[in-house]
Design a binder for this molecule. Structure first.
Ligand SMILES: Cc1cc2nc3c(=O)[nH]c(=O)nc-3n(C[C@H](O)[C@H](O)[C@H](O)COP(=O)(O)OP(=O)(O)OC[C@H]3O[C@@H](n4cnc5c(N)ncnc54)[C@H](O)[C@@H]3O)c2cc1C
Length: 398
């Protein structure tokens, strides 16, 4: 085996030579091929259709899915390092990748039947199909389980879905969606089931594509299910056990979204550092002023403190069995990791714009894009407030 020299940071974070090699190759590919697409994606809210097949071809789809189903079979830390580099190079492709790879493909792998895995995973891993996950509704955001109104009524060998899903990443372009609906509304949160819906199923419709302030280019939509016919064999897991799929999936989503915040924060710090060394005021580079140095140091501390937790939680995810999660240590840790990473991301992006001064306020600069992007990391996959609720509930118990 090639003896790669690990740098001090990799050693501190216990990143192996193999994981570092995967990360470095991903970084090179993402910076060369995907970073240049950002500007047009942001300006025109444009989705580059060749991106998913290109990611599939390079082995960056189905990263946590075993090779038997077409995936890369990486451990969660290596997969997180890929997510981090993708988000740093092109955040909008990063969030679409997360919805496709983690929310949809990995959930089907962890919870689906063998037939569902064989049918859906190879095409998702190749990037031939785009995946999405539909949980949020107009009246069901933070209280996604309790307030869910979408229903699935069993009729013979099919289910009939009725309802609306809102803010669905990849919704307008998805071929395959993992959708939650109430199969027994009287049972509340314990009456939910999960389904794989294909875009051509009768009764499925994209109601509208939504316009957002950051992550532009990643298509976001409102989806309508009007007597949508879903074959019974497309139910994922047992009937009325959808909350288990959802809650364990959310832990892994938070664990995998966290390194994306780290990637964006690291990119903001790198851009700010370059600018501070280059920009001259009062006859000196602004990096020579202690107030700017203080900002740079604080950004670094926030970032590295969060990174430490994020990497440890990704390692902990490796030990999760099928269907495990949604409560206990991993529930608390994944919420804490995403909270810390999202906060570090907001601090780094805000301070970076400050270091850029007026130029950071210009909409077409990369740092301005990152600043507009960062806010979502405090909102999606459970808001900062909900992450704190999860942590507090686990601490208090009961
Ligand atoms: C760009 C984008 C992409 C998204 N992608 C997806 C996706 O792919 N799939 C999907 O299913 N969903 C997706 N979402 C939805 C996202 O997960 C929700 O927006 C999020 O969970 C918050 O729900 P909400 O917007 O309804 O806010 P609300 O739940 O209405 O919350 C509003 C405010 O009240 C606070 N709040 C609510 N309850 C409490 C409480 N008990 N205690 C204290 N404060 C509280 C919240 O923290 C927040 O500050 C996406 C959203 C966006 C904006």
């Amino acid at each position: 085996m090639t003896a790669l020299i690990r740098n001090a940071s990799d050693a501190a974070y216990e990143i192996t030579a193999e994981q570092a090699e995967i990360r470095d190759a991903a970084k090179k590919f993402f910076m060369n091929e995907l970073h240049p697409l950002q500007q047009r994606m942001d300006d025109e809210d444009w989705w580059p259709e060749t991106a998913m097949p290109a990611l599939g071809k390079m082995g960056y789809l189905g990263v946590t899915v075993p090779p038997d189903y077409g995936g890369a079979g990486l451990d969660y830390l290596a997969a997180g390092l890929v997510a981090e580099e993708l988000a740093a190079a092109n955040p909008a492709l990063g969030i679409s990748w997360l919805a496709h790879d983690n929310l949809c493909a990995n959930n089907i792998y962890r919870n689906g039947s063998e037939a569902q895995r064989r049918k859906y995973l190879p095409k998702l891993c190749a990037g031939e199909w785009v995946g999405a996950l539909g949980m949020t509704e107009p009246g069901a955001g933070s209280d996604a389980l309790g307030s869910m109104r979408t229903t699935a009524r069993r009729e013979g060998d099919r289910y009939i879905l009725n309802g609306t899903k809102l803010y669905i990443t990849n919704g307008p372009i998805a071929d395959v969606l993992l959708v939650y609906a109430k199969t027994d509304p009287a049972k509340g949160a314990h009456g939910i089931s999960a389904f794989v819906v294909e875009k051509h199923f009768p009764g499925f419709k994209v109601a509208q594509k939504l316009d957002k302030m950051g992550y532009r280019g990643s298509p976001l939509g409102e989806l309508v299910f009007q007597d949508c016919e879903v074959p019974a064999e497309n139910r994922v897991g047992d009937e009325n056990r959808g909350h288990v799929v959802m809650m364990s999936g959310l832990d892994l989503e938070r664990a995998m979204a966290a390194p994306m915040s780290i990637g964006i924060a690291a990119r903001a710090l790198a851009l700010a550092l370059d600018y501070a060394k280059m920009r001259v005021q009062f006859g000196k580079p602004i990096a020579s002023f202690q107030m700017i140095q203080s900002k740079l140091a604080e950004m670094y501390i926030e970032l590295e403190a969060a990174r430490t937790l994020v990497y440890r939680v990704l390692v902990a995810c490796n030990a999760l069995d099928r269907g495990e999660g949604g409560r206990g240590e991993i529930h608390k840790l994944s919420a804490a990791a995403l909270y810390a990473a999202a906060r570090a991301c907001s601090v780094c992006c805000t301070e970076a714009v400050q270091i850029f001064g007026g130029s950071g306020y210009m909409r077409d600069t990369e740092i301005n894009r990152l600043y507009r992007t960062a806010k979502l990391n405090e909102i999606a996959a459970g808001t900062q407030e909900i992450r704190k609720l999860i942590i507090a509930r686990e601490l208090i118990g009961g």
